[in-house]
Design a protein around this ligand. Structure first.
Ligand code: NAD
Length: 481
């Protein structure tokens, strides 16, 4: 597949211009391990230029638009994305290694985010506040100004939609630093934004290394808000860098999300969610359900039925469109295999199968279902970020909640039970940013506020809540006697 006709992968997009970076990074296809070209290695100078371009956009054409006009532009951009869903999916499959149907779902989600935020842009209101006699007091929601967006490689399109989409809707001007492992759809997004007529500088995209371009953006004194999605380690560096400029930060970090299966659960309904939420995107999902907690009376049955599904899982190249693709890199494969080795003391209930035609240079790992894990086992505590799930038995509701809440993370949780009172109790007691009842939404739900507690991060993206996060509340107190 040629990338050339659409955009040049080696350029950055700054102030509405495509510009070469002084240096380049190699681009790899995770399905084969083969090089597929080069991308720009953005520098601190280019981040400077992008921040200046964003500031100029706020002071210029972009800043002068009404909320309705911004919304129309985003809606138009969403339509362009929808028209190019297949092209975007092909790019993402090539770059990230995800099976085509999963890449397509991400492209559809990006279009939906833009549709949602395009429609929401002029529906963010302030309020009037009763105050002293002779005063009229009201609030305004204003953009932060220049927002920095540092995103990972696992769901580039979805994360662009929820973070850049919401920030633009509120009238911010964005500098996006995609991950060095996968930035093609971020560049494609810039190309479509240009086509939609977004004023120059409203969106700037600078690919590059985290410690260079990423660090330069996180610590830039001209940035007014940082949205970071990625690892806990880098999230703390980004927060510390932003703190030096007293800049607010949204952190979307990792997870060890549990699904709780009670004896009264509808297992036929639950099973696809239990497995898919662990192996989707080869387990490289922040909200992967990597822990399955099962009430003891149905524990054997759940393990057996999940194992049957695992045994049928096929792993192969993105274009074969199987259940599971490769991991993003040789390094990620090494990390995941290290974790699997640490499960040597557990029962391996089942593994998936790497198909014969999978290229030998690809970063394939067969999914593994471990059973009988103690709640404090390393595989029940640390984020693997690969296709690995552990099944943990519990005796009663109290113990289930204790186990579910006993990690450093708190991103997503699910309760599978027919008991309505239990559903409500647990929705409150589970330590997570989202709780699903009798379903599970790993990554889904454009309309649903999303974010973590504990080491899963802070701040909310998605839904209307993101618009509040990407804005500042101003109070106006007018004395008129
Ligand atoms: P990472 O933290 O290594 O990289 C994320 C981004 O940060 C990349 O763009 C990278 O270039 C940049 N970066 C790296 N070092 C930097 C630095 N010193 N300063 C500024 N930026 C820097 O994460 P990853 O390995 O790419 O992604 C995996 C992690 O992301 C997992 O922990 C996963 O759970 C998390 N994640 C969370 C969510 C969520 O919404 N909560 C979504 C996706 C991924």
């Amino acid at each position: 597949m040629s990338l050339k006709p659409w955009f040049d992968t080696t350029e950055t997009f700054i102030a509405g211009h495509w510009q070469a970076a002084p240096d380049r990074l190699a681009l790899e296809n995770p399905s084969t391990g083969a090089g597929i070209g080069e991308i720009a290695r953005g520098t601190a100078d280019q981040i400077d230029a992008a921040v200046a371009a964003a500031r100029a956009a706020l002071d210029g054409d972009w800043g002068r638009l009404t909320a309705t006009e911004r919304g129309r532009l985003l809606t138009a951009l969403g339509r362009l994305v929808a028209d190019r869903v297949d092209d975007l999916a092909a790019l993402e499959a090539l770059d990230v290694g995800k099976p085509l149907k999963q890449a397509r779902a991400d492209a559809v989600a990006l279009a939906r985010y833009l549709e949602f935020y395009g429609g929401a842009a002029d529906k963010v209101m302030g309020e009037t506040i009763p105050y002293l006699a002779g005063y009229t007091v009201y609030t305004l929601r204003e953009p932060h100004g220049v927002t920095g967006h540092i995103i990972p490689w696992n769901y580039p399109m979805q994360i662009i939609g929820r973070s850049v989409g919401a920030a633009l809707a509120m009238g911010n001007a964005c500098v996006l630093k995609p991950a060095e492992e996968a930035c093609l759809t971020a560049l494609a997004f810039a190309r479509l934004a240009e086509e939609a007529g977004l004023p120059p500088g409203a969106l700037n995209v600078v690919p590059g290394l985290g410690e260079e371009a990423g660090a330069a953006l996180a610590g830039h004194p001209g940035v007014d808000h940082i949205s970071f999605t990625g690892s806990v380690h880098v999230g703390t560096l980004v927060q510390a860098a932003a703190a030096r400029n007293v800049v607010p930060v949204t952190l979307e970090l990792g997870g060890k999300s549990p699904q709780l299966v009670f004896a009264d659960a509808d297992l036929d309904a639950a099973l696809p969610f239990l497995v898919n939420a662990g192996i989707q995107n080869a387990g490289q999902t922040c909200s992967a359900a990597s822990r399955i907690l099962v009430q003891r009376s149905r524990y054997e049955e759940v393990v057996e039925r999940m194992a049957a599904r695992y045994a049928a899982l096929q792993v192969g190249p993105a274009d074969a469109d199987l259940d599971v693709g490769p991991l993003i890199s040789a390094r990620q494969k090494e990390i995941v295999e290290g974790f699997i080795a640490r499960g040597g003391d557990l029962e391996t209930a089942a593994t998936g199968r790497i198909v014969d035609q999978a290229p030998s240079g690809g970063h394939y790992v067969a999914p593994v279902l471990f059973a009988g894990a103690a709640p404090d086992h390393v595989l029940a505590q640390q984020e693997v970020f690969g296709p690995v799930q552990v099944v943990i038995p519990f005796d009663d509701e109290h113990q289930a909640v204790q186990i579910a809440n006993a990690t450093d993370f708190g991103l997503v949780a699910a309760v599978w039970s027919a008991d309505g009172a239990r559903q409500m109790r647990l929705a409150r007691r589970l330590r997570a940013g989202q709780v699903f009842v009798n379903n599970y939404g790993a990554g889904g739900g454009v309309e649903l506020p999303f974010g973590g507690v504990g080491k899963s991060g802070h701040g909310r993206e998605k839904g209307f809540e993101a618009l509040y996060g990407f804005s500042v509340l101003k109070t106006v107190a007018a004395h008129h006697g």
